[in-house]
Ligand binder design. Sequence first.
Ligand code: MF3
Ligand code: CO
Ligand code: CO
Length: 251
Amino acid sequence: MASSIIIKTQADIEGIRKSSELAAKVLKFIEPHIQVGISTNEINQLCHDFIQQNGARPSPLGYKGFPKSICTSVNQVVCHGIPDEYCLREGDIIKVDVTTHLNGYHGDTCKTFGVGKISRAARDLMKATQECLQIGIEQVKPGGHFGDIGAAIQKYAQDNGYSVVKEYGGHGIGKDFHEDPHVPHVGKYGTGAEFKEGMVFTIEPMINIGKSEIVLLDDEWTVETNDGKLSAQYEHTVAVTATGAEILSKI
Ligand code: MF3
Ligand code: CO
Ligand code: CO
């Protein structure tokens, strides 16, 4: 079936903005807790309580059977890591991916944090991944195409010696957690649907130090790099405006 991309009203965009800002606040709230010794379960509980205290619900909890409120993906885990008893160690990197459901609208954002002193390689990967997200966002303007996002991200990542995960991408978002379209982080300029003012979607590149291949663990959620090397991710929820893109998940 052809993808059907919903054009949001101003009221919808305001609703998604409120939810996305809350998700961004959760990341800010959790940052000082990202320390050696804290378990990913504890991080999950802190985020869960903060989301509830702010009148929202964590979108992942129960989503297609996902058992926790956020995703915590450590080191070689690419995405969809399930919080558990693992306690963070010096030098780890952890992707915390938060999605909130507030007044009927979802907002989705993810950041990579370093634990204590991290390696130069990890720091460089994080910086490049953040730049990939930024460059992806810069492609968004009416008249452009979704393929422009992936083309720009893929070029930047590969020019810096990194690889891009192809199997997972961004997504439309609004009243549903995952809406059309799928937003690839690799691709060709000028391909895919055209950006139109009022579209709202996420960009969330997963960038690997080693090869792009991934494996799905037996829990059917956790995605890891096949070579066991580090992966980083950043995500924003963005809206297409008359002249470009507006980041909704920032505070
Ligand atoms: N937040 C993730 C995304 O960016 C999706 C997580 S789905 C879950 O799309 F079920 F694993 F939570
Ligand atoms: Co997302
Ligand atoms: Co997310």
